[in-house]
Design a protein around this ligand. Structure first.
Ligand code: ATP
Length: 300
C-alpha cells in the first residue's frame, strides 16, 4: 500500500477514547449535563486524508457511517471555512475503523482531525487557540481530542486538563453488534435521577488504585438496552475489571486473562473483540500530527 506521495496530500490518524470514570451531574441551563470524567486515548484509529481540490469532496471507506452534510468531518470543514473566510475546497477521505455509536468518540476524534488537517491546507498561520475555539460547537468530546492521552474532562466537555502519562495498559474491547444513542442514554439518566444527580469533587480512580471508576451512565445504558447486561457479566467474568465506556455500547476489559477471547467468542459470537492499548500523549501527538507522504497507512 505504499502509493507514491501526491502533492499537497496530508494525512493524520484520529484515535478513539475510553472513559476510565464518568460522573454525570444535572442539566445546565444550556441543556447540557455537567460532567467529570477521566479520558484515555487508545490505539484504535480512524484515518483522514485531505488534498487540495476545486470543490469539496468527501468519501468514506471501512465501517459504514453516513457521508452526508451532517458527518462531523464536513461540519468541521464548514465551521473552519466560516471562521477563516477560506472557501471550503478540499478532497477529504475518511477510513473508518472505530465502531460508530460505541462510546469510543470516533466522530468527535474525526472532527478534531479534520480541523487540524484542513487548517494545514487552508490557513496554516491560524493560531492553535482559534482552532480549539471552534471545537466545542461541534460536540462535547471534540475539545478533548486537542489534548489526547490521559486527561480530566469537565463542564460539558470544554474544560480539559492534561494529566501525566500512566503506565500503558493492555485492553480488550467487547463490541456488541448494536450502537447506542448518546441522547437516549442521557434522557434515561435524567429519568432515573429526576435531574438531581451531583458530580463529586474528585474522581474515585485518583485514590482507589483501580483502572476503572464508576460510570454513571452504566445504569441508564442497561435500562436502554437490556442485552448489555449479559455482555457486562461475561466481560466481568473474563477480566480483573470491566466497564462500559461513555454511553456504550463498548465494554472495555482491563486485565483480561489469556483465555478471555476464546471464552467471549463462544459466549457472544455476534460481538466483535479487539485487543488494543492506551496511548501516551507523545504517541497521541505523533499519530494526530498532519503529515505529508504515502497514502493510507497499512490497516491495523
Ligand atoms: P458520542 O460522541 O455521541 O458519545 P459515540 O462515541 O458513541 O458518540 P460516534 O461514533 O462518535 O459515537 O457517533 C455518534 C453519532 O455521530 C452517530 O449517530 C453518527 O451517525 C454520527 N456521526 C457523524 N459523523 C461521524 C463520523 N465521522 N464518525 C462516526 N459517527 C459520526
Amino acid at each position: 500500500m505504499n502509493a507514491r506521495p501526491r502533492d499537497g496530500l496530508l494525512r493524520a490518524l484520529a484515535p478513539a477514547k475510553i472513559n476510565r470514570e464518568l460522573r454525570v451531574g444535572g442539566r445546565r441551563p444550556d441543556g447540557f449535563h455537567e460532567l467529570l470524567s477521566r479520558f484515555a486515548s487508545i490505539d484504535l484509529c480512524d484515518e483522514l486524508e485531505v488534498e487540495p481540490s476545486d470543490g469539496l469532496d468527501f468519501s468514506i471507506t471501512g465501517r459504514p457511517v453516513p457521508a452526508g452534510k451532517d458527518n462531523l468531518v464536513l461540519r468541521a470543514a464548514r465551521a473552519l471555512s466560516e471562521a477563516t473566510g477560506v472557501l471550503p475546497r478540499a478532497k477529504i477521505r475518511l477510513h473508518k475503523r472505530i465502531p460508530v455509536g460505541a462510546g469510543l468518540g470516533g466522530g468527535s476524534s474525526d472532527a478534531a482531525a479534520a480541523l487540524r488537517l484542513l487548517r494545514a491546507l487552508w490557513a496554516p498561520d491560524l493560531p492553535e487557540a482559534h482552532l480549539r475555539a471552534i471545537a466545542p460547537a461541534l460536540g462535547s468530546d471534540v475539545p478533548y481530542f486537542f489534548t489526547g492521552g490521559e486527561a480530566d474532562v469537565s463542564g460539558r466537555g470544554e474544560h480539559v486538563e492534561a494529566r501525566p502519562d500512566e503506565p500503558l495498559a493492555e485492553l480488550l474491547l467487547l463490541i456488541p453488534p448494536f450502537a447506542l444513542s448518546t441522547a437516549e442514554v442521557f434522557a434515561e439518566h435524567a429519568r432515573q435521577t429526576s435531574g438531581r444527580s451531583r458530580i463529586p469533587e474528585h474522581l474515585e480512580i485518583e485514590t482507589s488504585g483501580k483502572f476503572f471508576g464508576p460510570n454513571q451512565l452504566a445504569s441508564p445504558v442497561l435500562a436502554t438496552q437490556g442485552a448489555m447486561k449479559a455482555y457486562l457479566k461475561s466481560a466481568a467474568d473474563a477480566a480483573s475489571e470491566a466497564a462500559i465506556t461513555g454511553s456504550g455500547s463498548t465494554i472495555v476489559l482491563f486485565g483480561a486473562g489469556a483465555g478471555a477471547e476464546t471464552q467471549l467468542e463462544k459466549q457472544h459470537p455476534e460481538a466483535s473483540l479487539l485487543r488494543t492499548r492506551t496511548l501516551g500523549r507523545r504517541e497521541y501527538e505523533e499519530r494526530t500530527r498532519p503529515a505529508g507522504g504515502a497514502q493510507w497507512r497499512s490497516p491495523r
